[in-house]
Structure formats: C-alpha cells, structure tokens
Design a protein around this ligand. Structure first.
Ligand code: ADP
Length: 259
C-alpha cells in the first residue's frame, strides 16, 4: 500500500518498473508462490499496476497458479512481452519450457535467466513488480538481493520451528545486504474444516508472530490452511479472483495494505 522509492542501488536495471518487492521463504512448500500471486492481486485491487515475476527457476509455479500457458511473444527480436491474466503482467521460465521438463542448470545460468526476465521483458509501466523468489538462501537469492534494487522483502513461513529456522536465515540474508524486511506472513497456521468450520492448529500457531517480534520486523498477518485456497490454486484461479469476499481473500488484502 505505501509507495516505495524507485528501485535503487542494484546493478541490474529493470526498465518500466518503479518498485520491486521480493516474496521469499526459507524452504519450499510453505505457500510462497500462493502468497505472491494473491499479494500481487491485492496490490492491483489497491489501484496499482502490478507484475509478477516467477524467479523460482527450478520450480516455476506462476503458469499453473495464474492459469496461463504458452510462449511469450518477442518484439524486435529481443524484448519479450509479458503474459497477462487478471490484470497482472506475468513472466516465468515456465512459459518457455514444458511443465515436466527439469531445469538442469547451474547457478550462473539460473541467474542469467532471472536477469533476462527482469531486463529483457517489456514490463510496464508498473508501480510494483512482485518477485516470487526461489526458496532458500542460495546463489540466485543472494544475487537478486544484492544486484536488483529491491524495495523490500516479504517472508513467508509456516509456524513450525523448522520452517522458522529457515525463514530466519532468509531474513538474515536480506538484512546483510540492506534489503528492508517488509514483514513476515504466517501461512497454514490454522486449518479451517470445510465441513464444520472448526479450527485446528495443525502446524502450531503464532510462531511467526513471535519470531517477528523477536527480530523486530513487522508481522503482516496469517493465512489459514484452507481447502479452497489449494483447490483454486490448482485450478489456476487465485482465491482473490474466485472468492474475493472470503475471509481468506481479506487476509491477503490486509497484507497488501501493509507493504
Ligand atoms: P511454495 O511457493 O512455498 O513452494 P506454494 O505456494 O506452491 O508453496 O504452495 C504449496 C502448496 O500448498 C500448493 O498446493 C498450494 O495450493 C498450497 N497452499 C498454499 N497456501 C495454502 C493455504 N493457506 N491453504 C491451503 N493450501 C495452501
């Protein structure tokens, strides 16, 4: 919701993009991509022009989450045009390879693919580019954090200790390279039964909030473990589009308002 200054400090310039927000997690499977697309949609609902870049080269999920497939067009033999759906500009390595093709690439190739998707895509003009980061704190993450002028990072974690330990590493990495932590999102804390509406804290509850307090970074809110979020993700229609008035959608909107 707040306006960020122009991307600064990085060696990688991203034409057409006013500000870049990374969505990161310490490990995979915690809901980083699902938060990324719903956050992008919630920012769109705030009236911003928004793009979503899938930097998760080894496990691209934006094509499936956004229900978009096919190859991007190339203009003047160089600039790729982003795909679009739901009013978002989208780019993913998944648009360029078949879904079951493994990306057998070493670090430098991963970074060059990410850099291409930043600089050789005709973005914008965009107010915000949300980047769905690869999980962990490897080479690609570090390069992104150091060379791309990130306005800040949103960290997604489940409440479990293990996920939190990994999240802590991610936070430490961003802090070390002076990328502001916009806050932590706790995902999959409370399970809401689709039959009875009853609540169970399957992976515990409150761990991410406590961690945020301990680290002195904002706690952005929690998203429950909800069947409909998973079903609609698989169907290529994010919950913010399928059920915009649901409490789950409200959760993502509350996060967008704080970043
Ligand atoms: P990551 O990007 O961290 O690997 P994903 O966003 O791909 O994680 O989510 C992993 C799986 O969990 C997906 O099948 C997704 O639909 C599901 N998922 C994510 N968040 C939720 C949630 N709050 N409730 C239910 N399912 C979820």
């Amino acid at each position: 919701g707040h306006s960020h200054g122009p991307a600064k400090g990085g060696a990688i310039e991203v034409p057409g993009v006013a500000s870049i927000i990374a969505v990161a997690s310490g490990k995979g499977g915690v809901g980083k991509s699902t938060v990324s697309i719903n956050l992008a949609l919630a920012l769109r609902d705030l009236g911003l022009k928004v793009g979503l870049l899938d930097a998760d080269i080894y496990g691209p999920s934006v094509p499936r989450l956004a229900g978009v497939h096919g190859k991007p067009e190339v203009e003047d033999g160089r600039m790729m045009l982003p795909m679009d759906n739901f009013g978002l500009q989208l780019m993913s390595i998944g648009f360029m390879v078949e879904e079951d093709t493994p990306m057998i690439w070493r670090g430098p190739m991963v970074m060059s693919a990410i850099s291409q998707m930043l600089r050789e895509v005709k973005w914008g003009p965009l107010d915000v580019l949300v980047v769905d980061m690869p999980p962990g704190t490897g080479d690609a993450q570090l390069t992104m954090a150091q060379q791309v002028g990130l306005a800040g990072a949103v960290i997604v974690s489940t409440p479990q200790d293990l996920a939190l330990i990994d999240a802590r590493r991610g936070i430490a990495m961003f802090k070390r390279v002076n990328v502001p932590i916009l806050g932590i999102v706790e995902n999959m804390a409370t399970f809401i039964c689709p039959h009875c509406g009853g609540r169970s804290d399957i992976f515990g509850h409150g761990g991410a909030r406590a961690e945020a307090e301990k680290l002195g970074v904002p706690f952005l809110g929690e998203i429950p473990l909800h069947m409909r979020i998973r079903e609609m993700s698989d169907a290529g229609v994010p919950i913010l589009v399928s059920d915009p008035d649901s409490p789950q959608a409200e959760g993502y909107r509350a996060i967008a308002q704080q970043v």
